[in-house]
Design a protein. Structure first.
Length: 284
């Protein structure tokens, strides 16, 4: 990824893409559906990426990657095929082709970078927007909860699934390497704080990501061949999470969140910590 992209200042989805490409190396092709990333990649000849990129319609990203991967494997090439899609493109609009590609066992890596909104078109709500967050289409705060895409992908039983966050680059880098070393479909879900949509100052982009993990609002883990391992930054955080308010308060999108929504968010954190802890110990 070259210098000088058209991302907003403090954009952690472009930061994450940089880490992903460092992990993947040069023998890589990217498939990018409509999103902030398709703007960040740039318009030829002013592209910000120096590897091949296939820019594709929302609904077709995983289908396109599937065909590419099969074509590469048919001629004996191990070229990494990576979809880099937003949460709108993954949880909402691209879910059917993604499900098909996971069902068929496509040898590829699907990355959902999650800024919890439709960023490119002006911060509309997506299925991934958390309860209580204000977006341009939920000006009084979202009344539905965040869709659990990790559970949906887990139901496809892929050999590898991980969560990551742009504020923990080494963890992300290692997970990309591991995902690409495994044959078959892999999924990485990266939380990418978005200063423009979440309404916090750009210089706080790393701090906000760390607060997400330290509060338990975002939990880092990986599931390899069905076996769950909680990643070390979250292991420490889950024993003694910081108050959720510390994560929400610096973000304008949560201004005036209702006590009821706050209470539900806290309950979900407690439930998720318990569920993942038990799964790791093999209790459930
Ligand atoms: C079928 C279709 N519907 C709508 C659009 C308009 N559109 C372009 S990018 C975008 C938002 C994508 O959101 P997300 O996938 O979350 O990525 P982000 O922009 O946040 O990076 C939308 C709605 C489109 N290009 N194609
Ligand atoms: S809207 Fe958010 S995700 Fe999109 S380029 Fe700007 S900071 Fe990055």
């Amino acid at each position: 990824m070259l210098k000088g992209t058209s991302a907003c200042a403090g954009c952690s989805s472009s930061l994450s893409l940089r880490y992903v490409l460092k992990g993947a190396g040069p023998d890589t092709v990217l498939v990018i559906p409509a999103s902030c990333s398709s703007v960040i990649q740039g318009i030829y000849p002013n592209t910000a990426l120096n590897i091949p990129v296939y820019n594709i319609a929302f609904a077709a990203a995983a289908a396109c990657a599937s065909g590419m991967s099969n074509a590469f494997r048919a001629v004996g090439k191990k070229t990494n095929v990576i979809v880099y899609a937003g949460d709108g493109g993954t949880l909402d609009i691209g879910i059917q082709s993604m499900s098909g590609a996971f069902e068929r066992g496509t040898d590829f890596l699907y990355i959902c970078y999650d800024n919890e909104e439709y960023g490119n078109t002006g911060m509309q709500r997506s299925g991934s927007t958390p309860l209580g967050a204000r977006t341009t289409t939920t000006p009084a705060g979202k009344t539905d909860e965040k869709k659990d895409i990790d559970a949906i992908i887990t139901a496809h039983d892929p050999p590898y699934l991980a969560t990551a966050c742009s504020a923990y680059p080494q963890d992300l880098f290692k997970k990309v390497k591991k995902a690409l070393a495994i044959r078959g479909p892999a999924f990485i879900h990266i939380l990418v704080p978005c200063p423009s949509g979440w309404r916090f100052p750009p210089e706080k982009t790393i701090e906000i990501g760390r607060l997400a993990v330290k509060s338990g609002m975002w939990i880092l883990y990986e599931r390899e061949y069905g076996r769950l391992a909680i990643s070390s930054p979250s292991k420490a955080a889950m024993k003694n999470p910081i108050p959720l308010e510390n994560y929400l308060a610096p973000q304008g999108r949560f201004a005036g969140i209702s006590p009821k929504a706050l209470d539900i968010l806290k309950q979900r954190i407690t439930q998720k910590i318990q569920r993942l802890t038990e799964e790791e110990k093999g209790i459930c």
